[in-house]
Ligand binder design. Structure first.
Ligand code: UDP
Ligand code: MG
Length: 315
């Protein structure tokens, strides 16, 4: 049975790839309509995340030429996750199913058939999972693996090797809309929703044009966001460490007293300095982590809008 599909494609300075992406997706849509997988009024929605190049101009032209393309323009750059959410929340009222995908065609668009088949079998969420990370640099591969392992240790349920290439049904999107948090880490939030889910594996290729918009700095910020938005275990770890040190300090005190009474008062300068540094370091670290959470509370209490839509090119 044909469903109305809207694909949500976040775009930040994607001038070099947009036309080609649009061309390939349009062809894909034609074949999906022919197979009766999707309805004729299905759309491809480009979300311009405050690009500084001609991205919005290209989107407008695409929309004018072919109304399979729709465009959503954010008022300024709000980052990948916010751009995806803006698209999902706009698309959910019109579509039966929504698929989010990057603009650079690193994700295999031929998996869309598989996504729709899993949805037809009853899955509300279908995760696109990369079969291998061969096309990524060794650095990105190892850091990503470490990150997934750490996330799991911290009790965050995230799908291994899944980025934001994912199908969600209207029902799943309505549930996602209930999560009011400002610090977004969608791939950690979606599993929290529940409902039936499935996975489709694909090979991820290289970006065919343009540059990655995720430099190391943004990647680290994203990883930190993921951990601190979804887990309170770091606070508990600090609490445990604090407890252990507190207990140990009694023994140290006892030892110091005995040494004093025994007259061995040539107490070591080294140990004093070392302990000051140790405690000082631990305290600073603890304050830093606690501060991170306080920062989050601060942000949440402000209830800032996660995105502001400037325009919506629709029919
Ligand atoms: N993106 C965005 N806003 C940003 C940064 C990136 O909407 O501030 C989009 C970008 O246009 C692309 C997707 O997010 O469609 C993923 O970015 P990219 O391909 O550069 O990341 P990588 O694949 O290198 O991790
Ligand atoms: Mg990419």
């Amino acid at each position: 049975m044909a469903v109305k599909l809207i694909m949500v494609i976040p775009c930040y300075n994607e001038e070099p790839v947009l036309e080609e992406t649009a061309k390939r997706l349009d062809a894909k849509y034609k074949s999906l309509i022919e197979k009766d997988y999707i309805s004729k009024d299905s759309k491809i929605m480009f979300v311009d995340d405050g690009s500084k190049d001609k991205t919005w101009q290209i989107i407008t032209e695409l929309h004018n030429k072919n109304n399979v393309f729709s465009g959503l323009k954010l008022s300024r750059n709000r980052g990948h996750q916010n751009a995806v959410l803006a698209g999902l929340m706009t698309a959910k009222d019109e579509a039966d199913v929504v698929i989010s995908m990057d603009a650079d065609l690193q994700d295999d668009i031929n998996s869309i058939d598989g996504f729709l088949e899993e949805h037809a079998k009853g899955a509300d969420v279908v995760y696109g999972v990369r079969a291998s990370r061969e096309t990524d640099t060794a650095f990105k591969r190892t850091t990503a693996l470490m990150f997934y392992k750490l996330m799991n240790k911290l009790g965050v349920d995230s799908v291994y090797n899944h980025a934001d290439y994912r199908l969600m049904s209207k029902r799943a999107l309505n549930a996602l809309a209930e999560y009011k948090e400002v610090n977004l880490f969608l791939r950690g939030m979606v599993p929290l929703i529940g409902y039936k889910s499935a996975k489709v594996t694909y090979d991820r290729s290289e970006r065919f044009a343009g540059e990655s918009k995720y430099p190391l700095k943004k990647m680290i910020a994203f990883a930190l966001d993921g951990i601190t938005s979804l887990s309170v275990k770091p606070i508990r770890l600090i609490f445990s460490a604090g407890l252990i040190i507190f207990v140990l300090s009694f023994f140290v005190l006892l030892y110091a007293l005995i040494a004093h009474i025994a007259g061995k008062t040539v107490s070591g300068w080294t140990s004093t300095v070392a302990s000051i540094w140790l405690i000082g370091g631990i305290q600073l670290l603890s304050i830093g982590v606690v501060g991170e959470y306080i920062g989050k509370i601060y942000n949440e209490t402000k209830q800032r809008p996660r995105f502001i839509i400037e325009e919506y090119l629709k029919d």
